[in-house]
Design a protein around this ligand. Structure first.
Ligand code: CA
Length: 213
């Protein structure tokens, strides 16, 4: 993320839109922040920047939702996700309204600077379970787990497939050799909602690291 005085045009920097008065209003109301290309240094909000290179996620989105958080050793800061994404701990998630194949889903996530969701903990699983349970959500959501051959499960980001941190539904994964993709299935019992399926078209959950400022 670029910092005061050296903002390059078009860079995805988490900045506030408008005057200092709007800054306060935004913080008090929804904490919605905007990326403003070509902003002049004197309009920049007074917060520090965490790194010099914007992440792929930062480059793709211009409107952000930020929460005030206590970060270790740094005092109070902000954690930001693109508007419309959900933040949990240090990740942002996008739950798609549309459906695609698994490969297209992963490509779509990558195109947004993210990847299909990788489940690293029970807490993350429970959070996402709660998200897909919400009314108006779809029934099946791809996550970033796929089998290259029967029982060879692989996460998209090369996280080792850890049997102790899996959340298969009862009787799953089935050993049908054409059911190599994994969805979270809405109507399951907490927390086990993974289902291996044929790689047809389903919704998707994309995940990216939240932006810290
Ligand atoms: Ca994760």
């Amino acid at each position: 993320m670029n910092c005061q005085g050296r903002v390059s045009p078009g860079t995805a920097v988490v900045l506030l839109h408008g005057s200092h008065g709007q800054y306060k209003t935004l913080l008090q109301n929804s904490t919605e922040w905007h990326c403003v290309p070509n902003i002049s240094a004197n309009k920049m909000a007074p917060f520090s920047c965490s790194s010099d290179q914007p992440t792929a996620l930062q480059e793709k989105f211009t409107t952000w939702q930020c929460d005030s958080v206590m970060s270790q050793g740094k005092g109070r800061g902000w954690m930001c996700c693109p508007k419309g994404w959900k933040r949990f701990q240090k990740s942002c998630y996008f739950l798609s309204p549309d459906k695609m194949s698994w490969v297209e889903s992963e490509q779509n996530c990558t195109g947004m600077g993210s990847h299909l969701a990788v489940i690293n903990s029970r807490e993350e699983q429970v959070f996402l379970f709660g998200q897909i349970k919400q009314p108006s959500r779809g029934e099946n959501f791809y996550i970033g787990l796929r089998a290259s051959s029967v029982d060879q499960w692989q996460w998209v980001d090369k996280t080792p497939y850890n049997v102790s941190a899996t959340f298969w539904r009862k009787g799953k994964p089935s050993d049908h050799n054409d059911e190599n993709c994994v969805v979270m299935y809405r109507d399951s019992e907490l927390p086990n909602n993974w289902n291996n399926v044929r790689c047809l078209i389903y919704h998707r959950i994309c995940e990216a690291a939240a932006v810290t400022v």
